[in-house]
Design a protein around this ligand. Sequence first.
Ligand code: 5RP
Length: 220
Amino acid sequence: MDNASEKKRRAAQAALPYIESGMVLGVGTGSTVNQLIEVLKDRKIQLSGAVSSSRQTSEKLKAAGIEELDLNTAGDLQLYIDGADEATADGVLIKGGGAALTREKVVAAASKRFVCIIDDSKLVPLLGAFPLPVEVIPMARSYVARQLVKLGGQPVWREGVTTDNGNPILDVHHLNITDPKALESTVNQIAGVVTVGLFAWRRADVLIVAGDGGVQILEG
Ligand code: 5RP
């Protein structure tokens, strides 16, 4: 395993103490979460089931023998575990690099606790070097892009990518994210926006950061 994957595996392992036997777990999307699913399988952690945030994760859960539950029947969850593309130490995140931001935001919102697992390359003092993903309905793509330009961003259509909800994504470069809650609210107000990948209002409660020197746990 390469160094980056090793760190992701260690971040995933450090999330295990938050998981209680028999719980229904909300599961995010991405390579770090895939490490978590492997760890759950290897350690034979007993869950009542999992609520998935993407088709990709649903496939991984199935391969690991973990039953998938529908959020509509599962109700509120005790715990959601997911990765991120960028994070500040207070748990504010940019997510959506894997195009799963909408379902991730829903499962995070429905969960009492959100534990975010990252390697140290993602921990930043200020968000925005990673372009901010925005999922939009197809007919609003150009309109939303023009509004994002007015906010100072440079939106780029992620061509060839359609989310699990059938929508395109705009990746917005060069945004000034000094007030993440205000920006999240502003982008949410643009007609045609489905989800902005800024997790400021529902940020992570616990940030687990794996680096070369060990694992750091930041709790807000
Ligand atoms: C998917 C996401 C992922 O959490 C994010 O892209 C991190 O992925 P990885 O663990 O592969 O770096 O937001 O929409």
